[in-house]
Design a protein around this ligand. Structure first.
Ligand SMILES: C[S@@+](CC[C@H](N)C(=O)[O-])C[C@H]1O[C@@H](n2cnc3c(N)ncnc32)[C@H](O)[C@@H]1O
Length: 311
C-alpha cells in the first residue's frame, strides 16, 4: 500500500510558525514529513528541522520523502515528551519554533496490522512505537472491570463504559481477546442498537480510549508542552494541532496558564504569587480547517490549531 497522509492545517500552521532561514524548528510529530517538508522549503536556505516520531515505519517514509533535505533535517526516533533531552543530545540550547500535529497518521490507521482500526481485522496492538510498551490486547485482557470502565469513560467519554467493560470480562473468561474484530463485535453487542451513534461506528470511542491509554498520549502531551516551552526562544512560537476534546482541553488550559499564571485569590488587590507570564496566546478560539480543506480531507474536520508565542 502506498503510504499516505495529507497534512492538516498546513498553511495556517506555517503562517504562525513563520520559518526563517537559519532558524531551528522542532516537528515533534514528523509522520510522513508533510509539515516538515514545508518548513524546510520556507526556511531555505539554512533552516533546520529536528523531526521526531515514535513510529519507526513513519520515520522510514519521512526519510524517503525528505530526500534532498538531508543536510537540514535530523530524523529522531523518540517521544516528543523528551524534546528537552533530545535537543540537549544534539547540542541545541534553544529553538525558534515547535509544531505538534497530534494523534495518529492515516498511514497508521490504514495499515491493517497495526490494529488501530475497527474496520480492519488485525491483532489488537495500537502502539505507535512497536519497539516498546504494552498493547491494547494487554489492557483488554488484564485490566479489572473497574479499571476498564474508568478508562473507557475517562479517555473515550463512552456512555456504555460499564456494559462494555463487563462484556469484555465475560468474553475473556472463555478465551483471550486478540483481534480488533473481536473487540469491535463485543462493543456492538454491548450497546443497544437504538443507541448506536449516527455518525460514527459504535466502537469508535472504545478504540480511541484504548489508543490514548496504550500510547499515554495525554501524559506525553503534558510533558511535551512543559519541555517544549523551556526550549523555545523568546518570540518563538508553539503550534499545536489537536483532534479531540481531551487533548484540546490540555493545550487550551496550558496556554492560558502560560499567559496568566497568577494563582492569587481574586480578592487580593495586587498579585503576590509573583508568577510571571511565559507566553501570549495568538489564537484565542483555535483555528479550524476551511470547508474546502474538510471536503478534500475529512480528517481535518475535528482539527484545531492553537498557537502561543513565548515572551
Ligand atoms: C497526525 S500524524 C503527523 C503527520 C505529519 N504532520 C505529516 O504532515 O506527515 C502524527 C504522528 O505523530 C506521531 N506521534 C504521536 N504522538 C507522538 C509522541 N508523543 N512522540 C512522537 N511522535 C508521536 C505518530 O506516530 C504519527 O506518526
Amino acid at each position: 500500500m502506498e503510504a499516505s497522509h495529507i497534512p492538516v492545517l498546513l498553511n495556517e500552521a506555517l503562517e504562525f510558525l513563520k520559518p526563517e532561514s537559519g532558524g531551528i524548528y522542532v516537528d515533534g510529530t514528523l509522520g510522513m514529513g508533510g509539515h516538515t517538508g514545508e518548513i524546510l522549503k520556507r526556511s531555505h536556505p539554512g533552516g533546520r528541522v529536528i523531526g521526531i516520531d515514535r513510529d519507526t515505519e513513519a520515520l522510514k517514509v519521512a526519510k524517503e520523502r525528505l530526500q534532498g533535505f538531508e543536510d537540514r533535517v535530523q530524523i529522531i526516533h523518540g517521544n516528543f515528551a523528551d524534546v528537552g533531552k533530545i535537543a540537549e543530545g544534539l547540542g541545541i540550547k534553544e529553538v525558534d519554533g515547535i509544531l505538534l500535529d497530534l494523534g495518529v497518521s492515516s498511514m497508521q490507521i490504514d495499515t491493517a496490522t497495526r490494529g488501530f482500526s475497527f474496520l480492519r481485522d488485525a491483532p489488537l496492538d495500537m502502539r505507535m512505537d512497536t519497539t516498546a510498551g504494552i498493547t491494547a490486547a494487554d489492557i483488554v485482557n488484564n485490566y479489572s472491570v473497574e479499571e476498564l470502565q474508568a478508562l473507557l469513560w475517562g479517555l473515550g467519554e463512552e456512555g456504555y463504559s460499564r456494559r462494555i467493560a463487563k462484556e469484555i470480562a465475560k468474553a475473556r473468561d472463555t478465551a483471550r481477546i486478540e483481534t480488533t474484530r473481536e473487540l469491535a463485535q463485543l462493543v456492538e453487542r454491548s450497546i443497544p442498537r437504538k443507541d448506536w451513534p449516527k455518525q460514527i461506528h459504535p466502537a469508535t470511542k472504545t478504540f480511541q480510549a484504548l489508543r490514548i491509554a496504550v500510547n499515554d498520549e495525554l501524559g506525553s502531551l503534558e510533558q511535551g508542552l512543559n519541555d517544549g516551552i523551556n526550549l523555545l526562544r523568546e518570540g518563538g512560537r508553539f503550534c499545536v494541532i489537536s483532534f479531540h476534546s481531551l487533548e484540546e482541553r490540555i493545550v487550551k488550559n496550558r496556554f492560558r496558564n502560560w499567559e496568566n499564571p497568577c494563582i492569587c485569590p481574586p480578592s487580593l488587590p495586587v498579585c503576590r504569587c509573583w508568577k510571571v507570564k511565559v507566553a501570549r496566546v495568538l489564537t484565542k478560539k483555535g483555528i479550524k480547517a476551511t470547508e474546502d480543506e474538510i471536503k478534500a480531507n475529512p480528517r481535518a474536520r475535528s482539527a484545531r490549531l492553537r498557537v502561543a508565542e513565548k515572551v
